[in-house]
Design a protein around this ligand. Sequence first.
Ligand code: ADP
Ligand code: ASP
Ligand code: MG
Length: 824
Amino acid sequence: MKVLKFGGTSVGSVESILNLKKIVEGQQEPVVVVVSALGGITDKLISTSNLAMAGDAAYLTSYNEMVERHHQMIDAIITDTKKKEVLLATVDELLGQLKSIYQGVYLIGDLSEKTSNAIVSYGERISSNIVATLIEGAKWYNSLEFIKTKKKQGRNLFSNTISMPLILETFKDFQNVGVCGGFISTDSVTGEVTNLGRGGSDYTAAILAAALDADVLEIWTDVSGFMTADPRVINTAYPIERLSYVEATELCNFGAKVVYPPTIYPVCIKNIPILIKNTFRPEDKGTIITNMDETEDEGRAIKGISSINNTSLITVSGLSMVGVIGVNRRIFTTLAENGISVFMVSQASSENSTSIGVTDDDADRACEVLNKEFAKEIEMGAMYKMKLERDLATVAIVGENMKHTPGIAGKLFGTLGRNGISVIACAQGASETNISFVVERKSLRKSLNVIHDSFFLSEYQVLNVFLCGVGTVGGSLLEQIAGQRQKLMKERNLQINVVGIASGHNAMFDRNGINLSQWEEDGKFSIAQLRAGLKAAEASDLERLKEEVIGMGMNIFNSVFVDCTASADVAGLYEAFLSNNISVVAANKVAASSDYDNYARLKATARKRGVKYLFETNVGAGLPIINTINDLINSGDKILKLEAVLSGTLNFIFNTISADVPFSETVRRAKEEGYAEPDPRVDLSGKDVIRKLVILSREAGYKMNQEDVEKHLFIPQSFFDGSLEDFWKNLPSLDAQFEAERKEVEAAHQHWRFVAKLENGKGSVSLERVGERHPFYDLEGSNNIILITTERYNQYPMLIQGYGAGASVTAAGVFADIMSIANI
Ligand code: ADP
Ligand code: ASP
Ligand code: MG
């Protein structure tokens, strides 16, 4: 025979309960079916009690909703009118009793444990009657008669010795299908209704399976087995095929809700396998839990991860504890006597401190009783008062094969450290089947994610991108990401999730990745659609952006903030991001060219946190200039001299100027072509080039600020002092002078180049005339060029040349920076 248990969701809807019928009626051997209350009913029974106790007449509405829910279910699934009549009589009788109890609670305004237990039992009492009527040929059994508890230290504990003979007697002539409610029980002395604790239907089923020597205990639920992690937190979790009893126990004890922890023991000692199955997908294989011989194991060292989020840590410490025998005995006896259970212990080998993990609810009392127990020692100064840390969470990684695999703890703590998660306490049992550690509660989700990713998901890596700025570069970047995502997943096993997009005033966020295909037009990503979508999104400002990114960054891993704005305010957020382990990729030059100390601090924070701060596109758009300088230096070379044409705009201007196109017209065209900064004076004043030179010099190892750069203007200062309007108006007044000089340059077979130079540690920018043999002579359009002279590249400097401006090459450079973060 078999025991089949169906949980709340499996009896919660018409669809699921009809699946249950099919599953049970399809069995080839006798089965005992244990059912939970209809999904959500136990919670509602409790919340209705609370309303009644508080004197809130709304309890009646809530009660009526429960009546309605059960009636609707019966109407939908029981078609035989005779059977329905009998069932309704039973169910209404039970509901009537329930109503009277609620009324009593409402009138007296008191809810004793006894009453509360009585109330909560109605869920299973009713659901089991419904299911017994639904299944052809089934017989209903009353769990209250054979599942017995005994009161111990204020808790109702299941009594095997008392229940066993009752179960055997009840089921002695059992045939075909029996149905009973899970969870509920009665006190063996008083006969009062009790229960086995929330989630206890699993336990009822295990007790019956063990008592009746079942061939298997099947737990039918709403997931396709025991998963590698809680699927509500880790959406890439997947079902584990096989688990040993020990592994399942460890995982359940640490919060894997799928099986109620006490369930495993009764079946384990009788060697009865547990099969976890999905009522909604019966064809799925599910998980089998057995007494597993190590040799038949699939070989993975870690089987699953689970966690408890309400953890408090109590540290008992004091110098006199060293070598004192009996401190631990006193700690644990005191806690046990007070009914406080400890789920993790960590003791330093110096023996002068012991940390104990308890639930938040027990924390204050645990401190209180321990302070009392050690009052004398505390008073004498031999021990300190208990130290209590709250808002923590405990994570456990579990697997019997850990004991044969070295390096698991190293990998675990290495992964956590790289992601900026600090471990507050940890413990590994000598059985080596479980490593548990405590972290701040706010980093629980992230901890689970990084561990799951590192132990289970090596097939692909996830990179979470926040993008700020959807101008030409940001827009183009999104277009490229949308176009490349599938290919990256297929060829590089990299999944890029854009989890946040922000413009100046609006933002959208989605932890699971914003769906970029929503902005398609004719099957292609459309920047215009995206911008319209963003405009309609929620309002946002810098403060909110910062909060969201850091808040979400706390809980996702491998995250990168991409700045495609030119804003100093956005650049001001980098430090906060980096120190929260979020990498930064900036097309924005402000931070890297800001005050040297700020630049140095950002680099140091990134290094300290093990994340990256990249800004390759700050100089020469997509050209690999900064990376090359870094590579040269990292390999021991020294940069002696840099000479470069770094302004796409200025190069365009000096390549376009001719007898037919006067200077002022070239500036106008540069703007129209999209090369110039929004205010072209930033280019014409050399400011933009100075910023780039400063960045390059810093990366080359020189401490330089913008004011250190010697600048030779080719436009009088007065043009930069007035308004932008005046600037455009006055610009043509320079045309004649430029034309005169241009003629000279042409006659001498020279070209104008605006050159940035770093030499002997000094920076300068100036408009120079270069002859035909100079490498800068043939520099077309808006291209950039840089000559790098180093100790190794000395007689023949290294030369990098190509497109130095334009949205798509810049976006491609940003994309390349993002990709290099994925490869950390
Ligand atoms: P039932 O009502 O059938 O008893 P539960 O809600 O008690 O179901 O348990 C099943 C739920 O447990 C799943 O829906 C899932 O959200 C949660 N869960 C938590 N951890 C795990 C895990 N490691 N594997 C599977 N499910 C888990
Ligand atoms: N119905 C009870 C609960 O919700 C028991 C169970 O479902 O296992 O806790
Ligand atoms: Mg359950």
